[in-house]
Design a protein around this ligand. Structure first.
Ligand SMILES: Cc1ncc(COP(=O)(O)O)c(C=O)c1O
Length: 368
């Protein structure tokens, strides 16, 4: 393995320093909750090794919410660990895979660390950041181990139709490879979620977590779903070698949080929609910017119009130093820095408005 730190993590707000940021528009989640907001007592929790596949109650709630059987669920240390387990299980040095780009960085960096041979499906602004299934099909070869997509997409917030998801499932079945769908934003799809990919085929693996929708990334609880029993057993072997089992504290909190989803989700969805409307109104009035309107999640990936003469480095510098606003610049996603990921779900609505005003002001200050 050749590990390398990812720019998105090196420059993440927690590494940069939350105290240096007034308007944090760089997050890809809703606002973080306190333990008391989750509303549980942990004093009597026994600190033993947990069941290796995960807290039994948590496994059941995940299975029910995903249309899967409990035996098809593996709880992991965040979606990040699930992605790591999948890549390191399915790939060896020199193996081929197809990965959508831009993407959440781990989906690219772990195959790279394994020194796998990545064939990129490059999404573009001009094509509305949509996955073209025919282009994807053309990238498959007999050596492809898996296809890796993220829906709703990070960093653009774009979706895939159910018909196209089913076409991709059929493609991997025919090719005899596998499909990894990073579904970390699934519950935040504006028009209602797609079925979990893993529920459609034993060749598909779904990944998700509690970090984004529920605003509790600090407990590190996620999961993978897979119908293929032998493969799931190998994934469990990987998890056991990494850390035996998950943290019983994290998994108890995750369980208590997830079983409140029916009361939490309407409130979360309402807040996301209010934040989205503010962002959309700002975009409509901001003549220097353009975007493809997101269809799910809490992030979008607008760009500074190509004919706007701007010193991009100065823009980011002024934005942070003079306007206290923090974004995810394009290079976090191996894209031009004229793009940035704007997270509208995490800041309070007044903070969001302050940050958007900061972007407009910094753009004008950085024009050449
Ligand atoms: C698409 C996607 N997948 C996975 C993750 C990892 O999330 P976590 O490990 O906190 O569950 C993230 C975090 O930003 C993400 O955006």
């Amino acid at each position: 393995m050749k590990y390398e730190r990812m720019p998105i993590e090196i420059e993440s707000p927690e590494e940069f320093g939350y105290d240096k940021i007034q308007y944090n528009l760089s997050e890809s989640s809703v606002r973080d909750r306190t333990l008391s907001e989750v509303g549980i007592q942990l004093q009597d929790l026994v600190l033993l090794y947990g069941e290796h596949k995960g807290h039994r109650g948590l496994v059941e709630v995940i299975a029910k919410a995903s249309g899967m059987a409990p035996s098809e669920v593996l709880v992991t240390f965040g979606a990040a660990e699930a992605l790591f387990i999948i890549a390191t299980t399915l790939l060896e040095k020199g193996d081929e895979l197809v990965v959508v780009r831009p993407n959440y960085a781990t989906n690219i960096f772990t195959p790279r660390a394994i020194q796998a041979d990545i064939r990129y499906l490059d999404l573009t602004f001009e094509e509305q950041w949509l996955v073209d299934v025919d282009k994807l099909a053309a990238l498959l070869t007999p050596r492809t181990k898996y296809v890796s997509i993220t829906v709703p997409h990070n960093p653009t917030g774009q979706m895939l139709s159910e018909a196209n998801l089913r076409r991709i499932v059929a493609l991997v079945e025919k090719a005899g490879c596998r499909l990894l769908v990073d579904e970390t934003y699934r519950e935040m799809t504006f028009g209602g979620p797609l079925p979990c990919a893993a529920s459609l085929s034993d060749r598909a693996i779904s990944v998700s977590s509690l970090s984004k929708t529920y605003g509790i990334p600090g407990i590190r609880a996620g999961w993978l779903l897979c119908q293929d029993k032998a493969l799931l057993e190998t994934f469990l072997g990987a998890k056991e070698q990494i850390g035996i089992c998950g943290s019983v504290v994290d998994e108890e909190i995750a369980f208590q949080a997830l079983r409140q989803q029916d009361t939490w989700l309407p409130e979360i969805t309402g807040r996301i929609q209010a934040a989205f409307r503010i962002t959309r109104d700002w975009m409509a009035g901001e003549e220097l910017m353009e975007w493809v309107e997101p269809k799910g999640g809490v992030v979008c990936f607008p760009r500074i119009k190509l004919d706007v003469p701007v010193d991009v480095d100065k823009f980011y510098r002024v934005l942070t130093e003079d306007f206290g606003t923090y974004l995810g610049p394009g290079h976090w996603f191996e894209q031009s820095r004229r793009h940035f990921r704007l997270g509208f779900g995490w800041p309070t609505l007044p903070e969001l408005k302050g940050g958007l005003q900061g972007i407009s002001a910094a753009l004008r200050a950085a024009m050449t």
